[in-house]
Write a protein that binds this ligand. Structure first.
Ligand code: 4NP
Length: 147
């Protein structure tokens, strides 16, 4: 799960998907394309909205995406087109590039980007939570049927 800062959207996506899959079979992680907040916990507004739905993301720490992530992970989900471009520009093969998907393309919600909630209010985090949750439902269903 990848966003810009790895403190608002992708930590939520990591926590939400992790809660829906079998940890014995699936490793979920998150990272940012930028390094502004490395080592920091998620944004308090993300921590609070996750907590409201029974998910604890407070132990996560921000890290930046590294090239090695292309080999460590089978699927790389990004939140918006800007994240997509940032990763595509680092991919060195078509195989790596094809691992990168817009998270909301897993849904039929009619929106393809998870908006950046960083500069907005708490309602933005609720909206982001709902979007990410829908996509993670779909991903978890897919994993449980095709492994
Ligand atoms: P995120 O949100 O990409 O969902 O983690 C942001 C967090 C921090 C910044 C931008 C977006 N920032 O500019 O510091």
């Amino acid at each position: 799960m990848v966003c810009l800062g790895n403190i608002c959207r992708s930590p939520l996506a990591e926590g939400i998907l992790e809660a829906k899959v079998d940890p014995k079979h699936v490793i979920v992680d998150s990272a940012g394309t930028a390094g502004y907040h490395i080592g920091e916990p998620p944004d308090e507004r993300s921590v609070q909205v996750a907590k409201k739905y029974g998910i604890d993301i407070s132990g996560q720490r921000c890290r930046q995406f590294v090239i090695d992530d292309f080999s460590r992970f089978d699927r790389i989900y990004v939140m918006d087109h800007s994240n997509y471009q940032a990763l595509v520009s680092q991919a060195t093969t078509a195989y790596e590039k094809n691992k990168i998907k817009l998270l909301l393309e897993e849904t039929d919600l009619g929106v393809v980007e998870v908006p950046d909630p960083y500069y907005g209010g708490r309602d933005g985090f609720e909206k982001v939570y709902a979007l990410i949750n829908s996509a993670c439902e779909a991903i978890a269903r897919k994993i449980s049927t095709d492994g």
